[in-house]
Ligand binder design. Structure first.
Ligand code: TRP
Length: 454
């Protein structure tokens, strides 16, 4: 393999769909709507937007600066920009957290394939509520079938990533990401035209500040990190394939807007239907694999809507999982001088095994528990609440304190070709140096219970 001509995105649109595809994922569909509804609706949306604009957009700038300046994988990037510094930990942490998240993400990706298949057979829709719950828990706790589906999902992810950036990731996300928006709008129209839909819209948007809890702030921050794929080298890796002439501030903003817009659309597609049928809102796997099938079972043409919904879920999951695999593949290729195909093979074999452990932890291994959580939940908790904010913290400290200010400016202005307002640049630097590290630390320590502020 030759390292002199690095692969990269072929067009601006290609880069944008890949970035938006990485950001839009299960997080938007199964967590955002529920978090919003249960933390005061519009009140939570305001906090979320404030975090996103004031904190997470600058964190995304920071990841863009690291990635595009170094044109390297996460670990290589830090080695290039600050050889032998403690910040190498960003690279190591990124690879570790990516492998952790990808393990359970791929298992859930497998579940979405199972439910696409199930949507074709009408059996699923003949069941009542209790039976749907049992069907789901029987399926995920079985030893073989969910494991096979996980391998199918991972295999598809690996095939796309093996194609490279231009001829793999870009080629597929070019139609997959736009498809997400088309289908979610179809589902949204169906949902808000159901009798009784207003109740769901009220749940989502009516700002009830009295329902804001201390944990709402950690939830908003954690959700923002996860949803925007920050804190684990994803944006660093994708940014390293972005053309030097592109405006990275615009690209960050577009990614953030696309992701947030999709989350809100998903909320409007899901919650009104949930309330119209008088079922109680849930989140995570039980929302998408139990609650929503209950609704599809009662809806005219429910089978078709079920199919569309699980396709959205699958597509959202795979455009995210390829971004995760790419982080690891870029690292193995470049740091160990292996071919892309070999890197894809090794990394997916690894995830195949760790994913199998996650899958089995829902059934055969469910007695194995640490901190009162099975492997699946432990991976989920540790990555979301600890590793991602920690990764984000290191990234902002790195760009705020370690990189030279003029280099950061140079990258943000694409070598001085795209002017940036001095006051805005100054504010971004203040956020990266002081505000973001402080805010992330407080919210993280408070969330895991080490300090008690709110
Ligand atoms: N953002 C995706 C979601 O909302 C998940 C994801 C993809 C991710 N790549 C990531 C999360 C990198 C953290 C880091 O489901």
């Amino acid at each position: 393999m030759t390292n002199n001509k690095r692969d990269g995105f072929g067009s601006r649109f290609g880069a944008l769909v890949a970035l938006a595809g990485a950001a839009i994922g299960l997080g938007n569909l199964w967590r955002f709507p529920y978090l919003v509804g249960n933390n005061g609706g519009g009140a939570f949306i305001i906090i979320y937007l404030a975090f996103v604009i004031l904190l997470l957009l600058p964190v995304m700038y920071a990841e863009f600066v690291i990635g595009r300046r170094s044109q390297s994988n996460v670990l290589g990037a830090i080695k290039k920009l600050a050889p032998k510094s403690v910040f190498i930990s960003i690279g190591i942490l990124s690879i570790a957290v990516t492998l952790t998240i990808l393990s359970f993400y791929s298992v859930v990706g497998g579940w979405t394939i199972e439910y696409i298949v199930q949507s074709f057979s009408s059996d699923l829709f003949k069941q009542d509520n209790g039976a749907l719950g049992a069907t789901f828990s029987n399926f995920i706790s079985a030893p073989v079938r969910p494991a096979v589906m996980h391998l199918v999902f991972l295999g598809l992810t690996a095939l796309i990533v093996a194609g490279g950036i231009k001829d793999g990731i870009e080629k597929y996300t070019k139609f997959l990401t736009p498809m997400l928006f088309v289908i979610i709008v179809i589902l949204l129209v169906r949902s808000i035209t159901l009798p009784g839909a207003e109740e769901g819209l009220r749940f989502l948007f009516y700002p009830d500040f009295s329902k804001l809890k201390a944990s709402s702030f950690l939830d908003a921050l954690g959700q923002g990190f996860f949803s925007l794929s920050l804190g684990m080298g994803c944006i660093i890796t994708y940014a390293s394939y972005v053309n030097k002439r592109e405006n990275i501030r615009k690209m960050s903003l577009t990614t953030v807007v696309a992701d947030t817009l999709f989350a809100v659309l998903a909320g409007i597609a899901i919650m009104p239907a949930v309330f119209a049928f008088g079922v109680s809102p849930t989140s995570g796997p039980s929302l998408v694999f139990i609650t929503l099938p209950q609704i599809f079972a009662q809806l005219p043409f429910g089978q078709m809507f079920s199919l569309l919904f699980f396709i959205v879920l699958f597509v959202a999951a795979i455009t995210s999982s390829i971004s995760m695999l790419e982080i690891v593949v870029a690292y193995i290729c470049e740091e160990f001088k292996l071919s892309r195909k070999a890197a894809v093979l090794y990394s997916s074999l690894f995830v195949a095994i760790t994913g199998l452990l996650c899958s089995l932890s829902e059934g055969a291994f469910s007695n194995f528990r640490l901190f009162d959580k099975n492997i699946f939940d432990l991976f989920d908790y540790a990555s979301n609440n600890i590793m991602l904010p920690l990764g984000g913290l290191l990234v902002v400290l790195f760009v705020g304190w370690k990189l030279k200010r003029k280099d950061v400016l140079d990258e943000m202005t694409s070598g001085g070709t795209i002017p940036m307002n001095r006051a805005i640049f100054g504010s971004v630097m203040i956020i990266l140096k002081f505000i973001a590290p402080l805010a992330i630390s407080i919210v993280m320590l408070n969330g895991i219970g080490l300090i008690k502020i709110f």
